[in-house]
Design a protein around this ligand. Structure first.
Ligand SMILES: *Cc1c(COP(=O)(O)O)cnc(C)c1O
Length: 394
């Protein structure tokens, strides 16, 4: 590996040079089954023809102009996202962290309209919101923050899935303007809250005129079996952020807002050179069109149940023995929590030509493509189960 790459990642000893559907190919043309999809990015699989075609056609027509001008693709994409989500307006960015920056700026500016000088956002422990200074400050993980102090002020952390903790902080603090959570904590071990949690946050924010901000960067775009995971709870947030699955690998993020939150930003308050350019929006439009055309929202829900059922069967003995603490998630966000650290399973799976991930040290995380076939799902279940059985009996 080149010494000229900044040393920010612990990388596995493999480089992929080609992708096709659920498969990736390394420099020796060896094939790997991908159950991670670039961390919930390539929902349609790799090199999807419809997305590739849209990108190449747009690239040879017009890649970039500027947000100084109208951008028809951006308008079409905003209309589409608002139709799917029942939100009102969209700000486009190039990444998830930037989408969250926009959400945080909306919350702060909203606070100032209410004459709150130090607007403060309630966020969750074990959350992940990104690596920029404000988003790492919002993130509830000391490892992400360490070495980058001073942190950006204006965030108070409470335990996830604990509504009383939110109430208690809010009762003691007149500066609260928003509550910001993930519907499922993707990086925080696939923590899946009680069904009532998001509904209760919604009601509490309504009562107190707080903005409810949902970080759907990982959960959005059909990943959990709905277009947006908040829809499982029948709620609409005031602000919602998207990124990972939106461009099927083309970098694009979005901050959606509704009602009063959608009117906070005015010309000059926020911006991005690249955000929402014709090329990025073409990729996202093709991604959304394909997801709809192939009814992959429903497929994600079905496949998710298939995986959960499969693992519950193959791992039944370990569940009984207490070596597996939980199998959880929604749709194609699947977490298998072991009673012990298991980070080495990532390398062991790679040796078996399967790409998986481990989060929070002891949770095997799968984020397969929405186009995964039943046969491929069976293969993933078999290999992962075998690795877990081997690991917990060692
Ligand atoms: C990945 C992720 C982010 C950060 O997105 P980037 O594109 O890496 O900046 C933020 N929030 C959640 C929930 C994520 O999963």
């Amino acid at each position: 590996m080149s010494d000229h790459i900044m040393n920010t990642y612990g990388r596995l000893p493999v480089s992929f040079v080609k992708g096709d559907g659920c498969y990736l190919y390394d420099e020796q043309d060896q094939r790997y089954l991908d159950a991670l999809t670039g961390i919930a990015v390539c929902g349609l699989g790799h090199s999807h023809p419809a997305v590739a075609k849209a990108i190449s056609e747009q690239a040879s027509t017009l890649m970039h102009t500027s947000n100084l001008y109208g951008i028809p693709n951006q308008e079409t994409l905003a209309d589409k996202l608002c139709e799917l989500s029942a939100m009102d307006r969209v700000f486009f960015s190039n990444s998830g962290a930037e989408a969250n920056e926009a959400a945080i700026k909306i919350a702060r500016r909203y606070g100032h309209t209410k004459d709150i000088d130090l607007p403060t956002i309630i966020v969750a422990n074990k959350s992940f919101h990104g690596r920029t200074l404000s988003t790492l400050s919002a993130t509830g993980n000391a490892k992400v923050q360490a070495g980058f102090e001073p942190l950006v002020p204006g965030f108070i952390h409470v335990d996830y899935n604990d509504m009383d903790a939110i109430r208690q902080v809010a009762n003691n603090n007149a500066d609260i303007v928003a509550v910001m959570v993930e519907p499922i904590q993707g990086e925080g071990g696939l923590a899946t809250p009680a069904d009532s949690y998001l509904k209760e946050i919604r009601a509490f924010c309504d009562e107190n005129n707080y903005l409810m901000i949902l970080d759907e960067i990982q959960t959005g775009i059909c990943r959990t079996g709905k277009w947006f995971a908040g829809q499982h709870s029948d709620i609409i947030p005031d602000v919602m952020t998207l990124a990972k699955g939106l461009g099927n690998g083309f970098p694009i993020g979005a901050c959606l807002a509704k009602g009063i939150a959608a009117e906070i930003m005015i010309p000059g308050t926020h911006g991005s050179t690249f955000g929402g350019n014709p090329l990025a929006c073409a990729a996202a439009l093709a991604t959304i069109h394909t997801l709809q055309e192939e009814n992959l929202e429903q497929r994600a829900a079905e496949l998710g149940s298939y995986f959960q059922q499969g693992f519950k069967t193959t791992l039944a003995t370990l569940i009984e023995q207490g070596k597996i603490l939980d199998i959880r998630g929604k749709g194609l966000m699947i977490g298998i929590e072991l009673d012990r650290p298991c980070t080495e399973l990532v390398k062991k799976a790679l040796d078996k030509k399967l790409l998986i991930n481990v989060t929070a040290d002891s949770v095997v995380r799968l984020l397969p493509a929405l186009i995964t076939t039943d046969a491929q799902a069976d293969e993933i279940i078999a290999i992962v189960s075998e690795l877990i059985i081997e690991h917990t009996n060692a």
